[in-house]
Design a protein around this ligand. Structure first.
Ligand code: NDP
Ligand code: GDR
Length: 361
């Protein structure tokens, strides 16, 4: 049997690394596109590296960039993929307000470049394409939820950031190429998913890293933006399995992937501190809100009752915020048979433990 061949853009990112592991486990030949960088950017996938001189290689990296059409065409021509997972993106919502043109080029036009490359190379019948769409498309508006108060595949979009607006182009161009040229293209509309490999400037990882550093006496206080924001947080490992399932269906389609539970940033902070035996209490509101140590349960770490360990810094507020995202993944459960294995307490525990281990090293 010929090995199936997958090409992953964004392989050096959180999802790309888990997806590469998942596909290798399934026996795929995995190719990834990595950007040239002045410092190493392959930490998440270094353990997958195989020396081509020493064994049969089923994992290969290619230098490339979603802003470079010729490079994308050349890599796809060389790899002849059965499946492309387009995960590459400037994925930070707040940063997208600072670099709106760049995010449009990578996240919107980058998606078009992949689709056109597949057409130019005549791979329409061979290559299936997964697009990393996002719950940011919904923008957290109350009016566009379904009758049960969740966002699903039929909810209207109202993006609230240059990132969301760029991703909405990606969503629709993927759908349009499916309808116009009969390409097998799918959108996974994924709600937030996290892991110990989450980028350090996303809120969950920022929190778990700070909790570890505060426990070790290396940091005194964690500064955050909007503590009231509510997110539907899952585990990235569960979500990459959904990506694969989406491309295995007889017909291409779009799917919401979510846990169906929303938690505030504040509650995530409380859960993370609880992992080091610290109970927090919050007082004040808005930019004056603070979190203090109420109880240090087992005294493992040197934190005193009353210490202020969380403060709000309005610097982290966004020009337009998405207040609440919560997804209804009924279609994915029914059609794909997708069920997440992790819940939020298990995710928080894994992230805090991993950051404590990292700091101990
Ligand atoms: P990360 O930010 O961890 O990874 C993004 C990846 O894209 C990195 O490998 C990055 O490379 C690469 N990349 C950035 N710019 C370019 C470019 N110009 N050309 C080629 N590659 C580029 O994101 P995640 O793994 O968390 O997310 C994966 C995808 O899923 C993204 O498209 C994101 O927008 C989307 N998404 C994520 C969700 C989440 O909660 N994690 C939810 C919904 C959608 P480098 O390492 O060099 O920076
Ligand atoms: P998000 O993730 O914007 O949902 O996008 P992020 O973790 O950045 O923010 C979540 C919520 O937390 C609030 N917040 C803070 N956020 C950050 N980064 N830093 C802070 O200090 C802070 N304080 C409060 C934010 O305002 C926000 O409401 C992620 C990305 O992975 C996208 O690529 C993806 O599409 C969506 O999830 C679904």
């Amino acid at each position: 049997m010929m090995k199936r061949v997958a090409l992953i853009t964004g392989i050096t990112g959180q999802d790309g690394s888990y997806l590469a592991e998942f596909l290798l486990e399934k026996g795929y030949m995995v190719h990834g596109i990595k950007r040239r960088s002045s410092s190493f950017n392959t930490q998440r996938i270094d353990h997958l590296y195989m020396d081509p001189h020493e064994r049969h290689v089923n994992f290969r990296l290619h230098y490339g960039d979603l802003t470079d059409s010729m490079n994308i065409i050349r890599i796809i021509q060389e790899v002849q993929p059965d499946e492309i997972y387009n995960l590459g993106a400037m994925s930070h919502v707040k940063v997208s307000f600072d670099s709106p043109e760049y995010v449009a080029n990578v996240d919107a036009i980058g998606t078009l470049r992949i689709l056109e490359a597949v057409r130019i190379l005549g791979l329409e019948k061979k290559t299936r394409i997964y697009q990393a769409s996002t719950s940011e498309l919904y923008g957290g508006l109350v009016e566009n939820k379904n009758k049960d108060g969740f966002y699903d595949e039929s909810s209207a979009f109202y993006p609230r950031s240059p990132y969301g607006v760029a991703k909405i182009y990606g969503f629709w161009i993927v759908k349009n190429y499916r309808e116009a040229y009969q390409l097998y293209t799918c959108n996974g509309i994924l709600f937030n998913h996290e892991s110990p490999r989450r980028g350090e400037t996303f809120v969950t990882r920022k929190i778990t890293m700070a909790v570890a550093a505060i426990a070790m006496g290396q940091q005194h206080c964690l500064y955050l933006g909007n503590l009231d924001a509510l997110r539907d947080w899952g585990h990235a490992k569960d979500y990459v399995e959904a990506m694969w399932l989406i491309l295995q269906q007889p017909q291409p389609d779009d799917y919401v992937i979510a846990t169906g539970k929303a938690t505030s940033v504040r509650d995530f902070v409380i859960m993370a501190f609880a992992e080091i035996g610290v109970e927090l209490e919050f007082e004040g509101s808005g930019e004056h809100e603070i979190g203090r140590v109420k109880r240090a349960i087992d005294g493992r770490y040197k934190l005193n009752i009353g210490d202020i360990v969380v403060k709000v810094d309005p610097e982290y507020y966004r020009p337009t915020e998405v207040d609440l995202l919560i997804g209804d993944a009924t279609k994915s459960k029914t059609v794909l048979g997708w069920v997440p294995k992790y819940d939020l307490p298990a995710l928080v525990k894994e992230m805090v433990e991993s950051d404590l281990t990292l700091l101990n090293k």
